[in-house]
Ligand binder design. Structure first.
Ligand SMILES: *[C@@H]1O[C@H](CO)[C@@H](O)[C@H](O)[C@H]1NC(C)=O
Ligand SMILES: *[C@@H]1O[C@H](CO)[C@@H](O)[C@H](O)[C@H]1NC(C)=O
Ligand SMILES: *[C@@H]1O[C@H](CO)[C@@H](O)[C@H](O)[C@H]1NC(C)=O
Ligand SMILES: *[C@@H]1O[C@H](CO)[C@@H](O)[C@H](O)[C@H]1NC(C)=O
Ligand SMILES: *[C@@H]1O[C@H](CO)[C@@H](O)[C@H](O)[C@H]1NC(C)=O
Ligand SMILES: *[C@@H]1O[C@H](CO)[C@@H](O)[C@H](O)[C@H]1NC(C)=O
Ligand SMILES: *[C@@H]1O[C@H](CO)[C@@H](O)[C@H](O)[C@H]1NC(C)=O
Length: 284
């Protein structure tokens, strides 16, 4: 019976008091100011900030004295503005994310309440960049191809690229996993280095990483380039015109040569089986 009464009473009380929940967002390790909601023209005589359903006091102002060292969790991390009633929390941690209550009384005995839900977010992490460079062995001075893969540990980010010098020919695409993006840069004989910035953004938050690649990098891959250069040159030239779909296939060819060959042979097997399957279907 007592339980039922409580369940019924809580929503009724909230409606009666007209309490609304204000949402505030802060970032880990940074500061946030929780607004008291008091009229700025008021002269405050009492401010009480509390947490939990048992209204544990964390910061108070009364008889012109402020007390902001009431509980360990916030030791040395609070500041109370005694003219506005606002409470600042410094060096936010994940445990600070909760609902805060504030009661304010002014010198004319008028009062106001506010309820604030603090959410503590983490900034986007710097994306990681991996590069691979292919230099043609027979004519190492004729330029090179640079593949740049940029990956983020965060969900739902937008990728963008900044390339220097601007004259470098590039192709870009984002991968279907939504967590990485690829860029191919074709450096000719006058463009020996390229500076690539990968930028991730989500709402107002952004992060970026920079890499500088040279045509001289990774000479060990020369052999591979030389063997297959002609084939790739054709693919690249077509790719430059056809865009992203081909870009993905180029990268597959480069990154997973052996695997591709293996898959190809499996495809051949499948293909040779297919005609008989279709015959059966046609008969049906
Ligand atoms: C956060 O608060 C601390 C302590 O008051 C202060 O030293 C620091 O400059 C503040 N940081 C920002 C970004 O306002
Ligand atoms: C607030 O206090 C100041 C100085 O004590 C006074 O001049 C002012 O009239 C007061 N304002 C209100 C709204 O009570
Ligand atoms: C109030 O509640 C919190 C969390 O539920 C608890 O840790 C704290 O001891 C309680 N304080 C009192 C005075 O009961
Ligand atoms: C306290 O709040 C008032 C009004 O918002 C503001 O003008 C003042 O700068 C604040 N004081 C501090 C120390 O932040
Ligand atoms: C890729 O390049 C196209 C233009 O070529 C551009 O519109 C698009 O925004 C780029 N995408 C990324 C993720 O940078
Ligand atoms: C290299 O490429 C850039 C931009 O496409 C072009 O301006 C420059 O003339 C090229 N250099 C040579 C030697 O082809
Ligand atoms: C990332 O890109 C966004 C917009 O696309 C821009 O506002 C932001 O300044 C960039 N950040 C960096 C670090 O380059």
């Amino acid at each position: 019976m007592i339980l039922i009464r409580k369940i019924l009473l809580i929503p009724l009380l909230q409606v009666a008091l007209g309490e609304s929940l204000q949402e505030v967002f802060g970032y880990l390790g940074e500061n946030i100011t929780l607004p008291s909601g008091a009229d700025p023209s008021w002269n405050l005589s009492k401010v009480q900030w509390s947490i939990f359903s048992n209204n544990t006091l964390i910061a108070t102002y009364h008889n012109e004295k402020a007390n902001i060292d009431r509980i360990d969790q916030y030791q040395g991390r609070l500041s109370l503005n005694t003219s506005s009633g606002d409470l600042a929390i410094h060096n936010l941690n994940a445990k600070d994310a909760m609902v805060y209550n504030v009661d304010v009384i002014n010198t004319e005995k008028k009062s106001t309440k506010n309820k604030i839900e603090l959410t503590v977010k983490q900034h986007l992490q710097k994306p990681t960049i991996e590069t691979h460079t292919w230099v043609p062995r027979e004519s190492p001075k004729s330029g090179c191809l640079v593949k740049v893969q940029c990956s983020s540990l965060d969900e739902g980010v937008q990728f963008s690229w900044y390339i220097e010098p601007l004259s470098v020919t590039t192709l870009n695409t984002s991968l279907p996993d939504g967590k990485s993006a690829l860029l191919l840069a074709f450096l000719n004989n006058t463009e020996h280095t390229v500076k690539v910035t990968c930028n991730t953004s989500r709402n107002i938050d952004t992060a970026s990483s920079v890499v500088t690649s040279k045509c001289e990098d990774e000479k060990t891959t020369n052999q591979r380039w030389s063997e297959t250069r002609n084939r790739y040159c054709a693919v690249i030239v077509i790719g430059a015109f056809m865009g992203n779909v081909l870009l993905i296939s180029i990268i597959h060819v480069f990154g997973e040569q052996k695997k591709t060959l293996h898959e190809k042979s499996q495809l051949d097997i499948k293909a040779s089986r297919n005609p008989s399957d279709q015959t059966i279907k046609i008969d049906d």
